[in-house]
Design a binder for this molecule. Sequence first.
Ligand SMILES: NC(=O)c1ccc[n+]([C@@H]2O[C@H](COP(=O)([O-])OP(=O)(O)OC[C@H]3O[C@@H](n4cnc5c(N)ncnc54)[C@H](OP(=O)(O)O)[C@@H]3O)[C@@H](O)[C@H]2O)c1
Length: 386
Amino acid sequence: MGVEKRSAEDAAEGTPSEKVAKVQALQWPDLKTNLTHQDAWLTLNNGVRYPLLGFGTFKLDAKSTTTCTTSAIEMGYRLVDTAAVYENEKGLKPLLSVSKSNGKVWYQSRPKQSDMEPCDIVADYDQAKDCMVQTKLWTSKHGRSGCLATFNDSLKALGLLTKDRKTKTLVQSRPLDCYLIHYPGPKRGWPLKNKPDGKPGIMPEHWAGGKTRNETWAAMEDLYLEKRVRIIGVCNYSLRQLKELVENPDNRVVPHMVQMEYHPLLHEKGGMKELMEYCKEKNIMVQAYASLGGSEGLKQRNFSLTVDPRIVAIAKDAQRSAGQVLMRWALQKGTTVVPKSSKVERIKENTALFDFELTEAQMEAIGKLDRGQRLSWKGVDPDKEK
Ligand SMILES: NC(=O)c1ccc[n+]([C@@H]2O[C@H](COP(=O)([O-])OP(=O)(O)OC[C@H]3O[C@@H](n4cnc5c(N)ncnc54)[C@H](OP(=O)(O)O)[C@@H]3O)[C@@H](O)[C@H]2O)c1
């Protein structure tokens, strides 16, 4: 997993003894030049390079995560997004256990997890070792002790924390690439019960969202400053919650990224414009999820962005698929993307985003679909968390 490159970048990141991490300008590649998805990388505000295209794994079980991510890596993806709550981190373990033998490269051919079938996958060692992995802390694990314990659990699932035979101590084999807070609210179970009037429930006062959230962030900062993880960030934070984090004088690290729902139906309205502007001002990279319309919400509503006639018409003009148009739109709006697919042909299709450009008129026409509509997290606005 890119050990040499990482050491050089680690040096640029500073030492654990540094109290406050430096913030650099976010450096984007020029999307107008003829990039390929393999060389479309940006540089985050801590100097770490990060791919514009990643592979999402929401709704994939552990076995499909192994096979689909293997296909994705072979097709040039260099980032995979998972989460403790997806229960598929262990599906990435075989990929993180690549080894070189006899000049051939094999993923661990018989994973030990009982729920996984044996899989004999031959892959390119150099490709697999350079793939970055990002995972997330679930809402029930907010707070310092929750964060540190669940971080270790994720590392174990990913195969990055193993027992040293001699010393019997747990050893982290390499830094995790990226660790994110999944949701601002510390929840005990999901979804919250509705209020008697049928409106979505909000977090009870005693859960003290802001305080617990900040404790979680302090623990994430420690993990980062101890070099156990190379990139830290948050997901689904509203502008208010992000400001609370960034402007807290006790905090030592400005988030390197924010992952958020972002697509034509949700990009300016509902506070999204101001949130995007703030991230830009603070050099925080924005990663769009559900840029194709999501794995969950659309099916529930019997509606799909990829078959929306307005998107399909633009796709026809651009001689691209609707999915490619949606992702290119997100890239041109200044976000990175992590499309998920369980189908090899779509995993491939979703890489062809860097050899065409949407015109200003097409960008504008797609942007007009905005209605501030959330499709994920049952449509609840995370700003409701205190
Ligand atoms: N932080 C968070 O709270 C959060 C929330 C949601 C998602 N995420 C992350 O972001 C990733 C992406 O979001 P998402 O999975 O919700 O949704 P998405 O990537 O927008 O959409 C995935 C859906 O689109 C289909 N699809 C994929 N490629 C397609 C194409 N080219 N044309 C038409 N349909 C296509 C997939 O079906 P098939 O599988 O059948 O191809 C799947 O049903 C997730 O997998 C996850 O890693 C994070």
